[in-house]
Design a protein around this ligand. Sequence first.
Ligand code: IPE
Ligand code: IPE
Ligand code: MG
Length: 247
Amino acid sequence: MAANDATTETASGATGLHVAFIMDGNGRWATKRGWPRLVGHRKGAERVREIVRACPGLGIGWITVYAFSTENWKRSTEEVIGLMSIFARYIRREADELSASGVQLRFIGDRSRLDPKLQELMTAIELRTAGNTRLVFNVAINYGGRDELARAAKVLAADVLAGRIAVDEIDQAALEARLDTAGQPDPDLVIRTSGETRTSNFLPWQAAYAEYEFTPTLWPDFSAEHLAEILGRFGLRERRFGAVLTG
Ligand code: IPE
Ligand code: IPE
Ligand code: MG
């Protein structure tokens, strides 16, 4: 029997697999067609909508998407501003449907560097959907795993200085509780589109025991059918978590 039948149940009430996506290839998808890169990003946002809708029917209770990394500020101002406006438009347009369909939207990453208006939109939709339990949907914006760990270390140090925790009490759980993903289950599966086989600073702590799938499909071409096919293969994998399985 495959070890992937167990579902995760957490404080949020959501149940099911946690699948994380490194949504890559938007730029190449557009460039191949002679279009500006932002057209690819817009198409990519439409794909996110389709994938999110498909998740509950595929046994997924948690989804995390990598939308903007701490390294993506290196791109042109035009592309960065364009991406930020796509995020704002996505939240505005999808808010009603997400809220009504039981999706809990959350953001991970350092939001302090984002435009205050975008931050307001993010906080408002988080509050509005906080009670939803059908699907938890994390969007990683200005997220970098190393940055997240450094920020968590800073919080931990401040908590030691304030006497909230002793140095001897610092363990994995203490660090985990200070990550952006505190309280959430680790991803079971990380899918990267576009053929690149690297993790680009995505969830280094949380995905330590995740399964990985790399597909050549560019994100704007990635469909719910592709996801269903990958999940079928994932179900056959044996996850050992360091142990020797018997029986
Ligand atoms: C992923 O697509 C989306 C973001 C990183 C924001 P890319 O923009 O990286 O597309 P490629 O890799 O250049 O094709
Ligand atoms: C990773 O894609 C970040 C996101 C998908 C948001 P990149 O396109 O930025 O990663 P690299 O530069 O190819 O490693
Ligand atoms: Mg890329």
